[in-house]
Design a protein around this ligand. Structure first.
Ligand SMILES: *Cc1c(COP(=O)(O)O)cnc(C)c1O
Length: 489
């Protein structure tokens, strides 16, 4: 018999077990009951589980193993950059000087934190080829929304009121959502047969009513936009702004800078590119970099470095920004994430960042060339940090991409992103990241080839997967809409 530590902790409870032993009260002349007024004392002991410290530990470790996570196995979730998060970043971000600082502390008491935020902004400016940075947005989507509010403020300052924002049909779903939330009309243009921007389709919308063109480069197919210079010229010639969704900067680090390519504004997903554990929707930090003409509209405050009365350099929060769109976050953004990003960048340095991009690109191309022998590759050619396969060949045998994704779980690997981008039927979007070794990539190839075999010889096996997970096929809509989280009701 093995003890099931993954049971509810209440079910592990046995009367009298203590998790912690306190010494007897040794304050003279005080009874515990005297410390709290009698009418405020509970009449009944609370119904806490009675478990020992090792049992608590084993319970939570057992629960953590029910879920997939990057510390447990490969996680090739495309567009999410689930790279390994070095633990040193966690350790540094948790230093008490950071975690115990109150956000309302006067600037003089948090000079170290402000210095880190200032220097991170400077590094992001350099990485992206931009002139100014805000660290406030709490995630990529929030960075997009902030950027669109700034674009609106910029046009209004110039007495323009354009109403439309164009984006390609391969765009991440947050792009049209942010555009709509910021009050613009979304115009989606079809990609060309290579999966890239169709310049003639973009040109149709290049007029005084175009507020911005939003583009992901490399795009969500993992393909570089070869005509980026022409795209930039076209957009700028009609007085519009070129926005880059830089959520996944992994492919460009140290190789190309969005600012040099003609982009005016870019958001960074520091949690993806610069490593923070970010599964399940958080936490994030979606900094924005902008060219000088957009700087006045950045959210206030900005961390600045100025001489004090005695001439010493000090860091402060600059609220004196009359054209600012105002703050988009309470206090200074998700500082713990920003500190992790700072540590990660400082740890690798400039040449190290370039190596990250090169390894991410080589890893993705290695998998692409191995897997495209058995799975359809709708957009051919070399990719950057990720690529998109189609499960069409397997679907013809009765095995859907969803079935393949479920079967992958049986091998202790997280499924790739599926059914995105929308322009690829039965899409499987694979992003290995730079942090995987050849051994782990080869293992993934073996698993995928085995599943391709199974789809041909034993489709029902794939359709019934997963078999090795704590739960099998969930009703995902009901799980989100009607969660049953009550223990004893
Ligand atoms: C992840 C991602 C986003 C959204 O970022 P969040 O931090 O999840 O809000 C936007 N665009 C692309 C291309 C992404 O991969």
């Amino acid at each position: 018999m093995s003890l099931e530590y993954d049971k509810l902790i209440f079910d592990l409870s046995s009367p009298g077990t203590e998790g912690i032993s306190l010494p007897p009260l040794d304050v003279p002349n005080v009874k515990a009951d005297d410390l709290i007024p009698r009418d405020l004392l509970r009449k009944r002991e609370p119904d806490f589980p009675m478990v020992s410290e090792p049992e608590v530990m084993r319970h939570f470790v057992a629960l953590s193993l029910k879920n997939h996570h990057i510390d447990k196995g490969f996680y090739p979730l495309g567009s999410c950059t689930m790279k390994y998060n070095p633990k040193i970043n966690e350790k540094l971000a948790r230093l008490p000087a950071f975690t115990e600082a109150h956000p309302n502390f006067p600037e003089t008491l948090v000079q170290g934190t402000l210095q880190i935020l200032y220097e991170l902004s400077e590094m992001l400016k350099e990485i992206a080829g931009m002139d100014a940075v805000t660290l406030q947005p709490a995630a990529g989507a929030h960075g997009e929304f902030t950027a669109l509010l700034m674009i609106r403020a910029y046009h209004e300052h110039n007495k323009h009121t354009p109403t439309k924002v164009v984006l390609p049909d391969s765009a991440h779903g947050t792009n049209p959502a942010s555009v709509a939330m910021a009050g613009f009309e979304v115009i989606q243009i079809p990609s060309n047969s290579e999966g890239r921007v169709d310049l003639s389709k973009l040109a149709e919308h290049c007029n005084g009513d175009l507020a911005a063109f939003m583009l992901t480069n490399p795009n969500t197919l993992g393909l570089y936009e070869m005509e980026i210079k022409d795209i930039a010229k076209l957009v700028h010639n009609c007085g519009s702004v070129l926005y880059m969704d830089g959520a996944n900067l992994n492919a460009l680090l140290g190789i190309a800078r969005p600012g040099d390519l003609g982009f005016d504004i870019v958001h960074f997903n520091t949690h993806k590119t610069f490593s923070t554990p970010h599964g399940g929707g958080g936490p994030g930090a979606g900094a924005l970099g902008v060219k000088a003409f957009l700087e006045p509209f950045l959210p206030a405050p900005i961390v600045a470095k100025k001489p004090d009365k005695k001439g010493n350099m000090v860091y402060n929060l600059d609220y004196n920004r009359p054209l600012s769109i105002g703050p988009v976050h309470g206090f200074h953004g998700n500082t713990a994430n920003l500190i992790r990003a700072y540590c990660y960048i400082r740890h690798h340095g400039g040449p190290g960042l370039r190596e990250i991009a090169e390894a991410a690109i080589i890893n993705a191309n290695y998998l692409r060339s191995k897997l495209s022998r058995r799975y359809d590759l709708p957009f051919a050619g070399r990719s950057l940090h990720e690529f998109v396969l189609s499960g069409n060949r397997q679907k013809a045998l009765g095995v859907k991409t969803l079935d393949i994704a479920k079967r992958i779980l049986d091998f202790g690997i997280h499924a790739p992103t599926i059914y995105f981008p929308l322009i690829v039927p039965e899409a499987l979007m694979i992003e290995p990241t730079e942090s995987e070794s050849k051994v782990s990539l080869d293992n993934f190839v073996e698993v995928m080839l085995q599943i391709a075999d199974e789809a041909e010889k034993n489709p029902d096996l794939v359709k019934g997967a997963p078999y090795n997970t704590p739960v099998s096929r969930l009703d995902e809509a009901a799980a989100a809409r009607e969660p049953d989280v009550c223990y004893s009701c």
